[in-house]
Design a protein around this ligand. Structure first.
Ligand code: UD1
Ligand code: MG
Length: 472
């Protein structure tokens, strides 16, 4: 018969060494709190219950993890890991096996924990590491059995040289833990009740203590300060990158890749260095993403190309569309098939129809742009009157000359042409040229301060009344 499982997650500590006002378990790893990562792992083990011990910043910690099916218990004072487990035990029936996880050990995977659940008696997860400083050391007797766990601060010089460390993660029968936790003493260098003393207690009762080193010691990394947090982040990102590479996503420089969410992709996509993926991002087939691109909650469809340093959030880039370099697609932006947005173009709540273009220096907000329309350099949709937002509609094959302002609400008809430098305030009818522009005047012989006069000036000139004048 399967033994019922309670996972107890210790998350009450303040995290003094982080030197932050935030409770430690709310520090972010890959864009979300450490505790969330641990709770995800706990859920994947499908236990009968999860009990989280909270203390420092408890309200904040609970609020950030409301979506998880967990029981919260409070540890009013942080008297040590043993005391924290003791606070959780009233929630745990005697016949359960208890798995203890730490809110600050976030890289552990369910596969690494399964042996702890399958074993009987006390079962510890250990790791062999090059730099054991700060961790409890595993002391084995002459027969190789675990005799004790000694905390760094209580260890002799010889014990400190041991490179097998306590990950902190262990499993034991609930009734035994209850007995041992009631007997703990705080007579140690830190004046704390150590969970690790359960090992000595088990040995004293003649109970088996299993200790298996993790195959991948990086899973045991604990976060106590920012140095360790950034190391854990690096390992997390390296793990994501390896998984994506194996799944066929070509990350050109995998060590310069950041994922803070989920990334789904098709085949033959290529992502250059220093890209950041946040939230939920989807790439179709044959998508290329240039260096320094930020994609947040975005869908980029097959054959689309995102040039360097573009920022795309809550937006859709259709098939074969092109974005950037240096473009900003804000929420609600959509490029239909083959549409193109070039450098220094900002879009918001706007759709570019199939093949439409806004290639240079434009703002396109609250707008629908028809198929194949061309927005010249510096076209601005004036969507905001100080109180409300208004929409701009641009028809199919419309042609907007450079430097035009479209004062919304405004409609530009199909195949309409708007002359460069025009301010359109209500409508530009279909199949016609709409142009509004002051004629330029030339003052001959005018002397610009600081400029030496040149040879005689040519005849007076006036600019030509324009046609489109958009830029390709
Ligand atoms: C602990 C272990 C050490 C192990 C290391 C692994 C003990 C005595 N030591 O040391 O052997 O190598 O983890 O990372 O167990 N917590 C509470 N209440 C408390 C104290 C701690 O909930 O009163 C929580 C913390 O929030 C944290 C976890 O328990 O999530 C570990 O506490 P921490 O103070 O970081 O223990 P370490 O000194 O790292
Ligand atoms: Mg710790």
């Amino acid at each position: 018969m399967r033994v019922p499982i309670s996972v107890v997650v210790l998350a009450a500590g303040k995290g003094t060494r982080m030197r932050s006002n935030r409770p430690k378990v709310l520090q972010n790893l890959a864009g979300r709190p450490l505790l969330g990562h641990v709770l995800d792992t706990a859920c994947r083990l499908r236990p009968d219950q999860i009990v989280v011990v909270q203390g420092h910043g408890g309200e904040q910690v609970r609020a950030a993890h409301q979506a998880y099916p967990v029981r919260w218990v409070e540890q009013p004072q942080q008297l040590g890991t043993g005391h924290a487990v003791a606070c959780a035990l009233p929630e745990v029936p005697d016949d359960h096996r208890v798995l203890v996880l730490y809110g600050d050990v976030p890289l552990i995977e369910p596969e690494g924990l399964q042996p702890l659940l399958d074993a009987e008696g006390v079962s510890l997860l250990t790791a062999r590491v090059a730099e054991p400083q700060g961790y409890g050391r595993i002391v084995r007797d002459s027969s190789g059995q675990v005799a004790a766990i000694v905390e760094e601060k209580d260890a002799t010089a010889r014990q400190r040289a041991i490179d097998e460390i306590n990950t902190g993660l262990l499993a034991a029968p609930a009734d035994s833990l209850r007995r041992w936790m009631a007997q703990l003493s705080a007579e140690n260098a830190q004046g704390e009740y150590y969970l690790t003393d359960a090992v000595t207690a088990a040995r004293n009762e003649g109970m088996a203590v299993h200790a298996e080193p993790l195959a991948d010691a990086t899973e045991a990394l604990g976060v106590n300060d920012l140095v360790q947090l950034t190391e854990v982040e690096r390992h997390y990102q390296a793990r994501c990158a390896r998984r994506l590479l194996r799944a066929g996503l070509h990350l050109v420089v995998p060590e310069r890749f950041t994922l803070r969410g989920t990334l789904n992709h098709g085949i033959d996509c290529q992502v250059d260095a220093d890209c950041l993926f946040e939230g939920s991002v989807e790439l179709g087939d044959n998508v290329t993403v240039g260096t320094g691109v930020v994609l947040r909650d975005a869908k980029v469809e097959s054959g689309a190309r995102i040039a360097p340093y573009s920022v795309i959030e809550d937006a859709r880039v259709g098939p074969e569309a092109e974005v950037g370099p240096f473009a900003h697609l804000r929420p609600g932006s959509c490029l239909e098939e083959g549409a193109r947005v070039g450098n220094f173009v900002e879009m918001k709540a706007a759709t570019l129809g199939p093949g439409a273009k806004a290639n240079h220096l434009s703002y396109v907000g609250d707008a629908e742009v028809g198929p194949r329309a061309n927005l010249g350099a510096g076209t601005i949709t004036c969507n905001y009157d100080g109180a409300r937002k208004h929409r701009t509609r641009i028809g199919a094959d419309a042609f907007i000359g450079s430097g035009s302002q479209l004062v919304a609400p405004v409609v530009i008809g199909d195949r309409a042409t708007v002359g460069a430098g025009t301010t359109v305030t209500s409508e530009a009818p279909p199949d016609a040229l709409t142009v509004g522009r002051c004629r330029a005047r030339t003052i001959q012989g005018w002397q610009r301060p600081g400029l030496t006069p040149a040879s005689p000036a040519p005849e007076d000139s006036e600019d030509k009344p324009a046609g489109g004048g958009a830029q390709e």
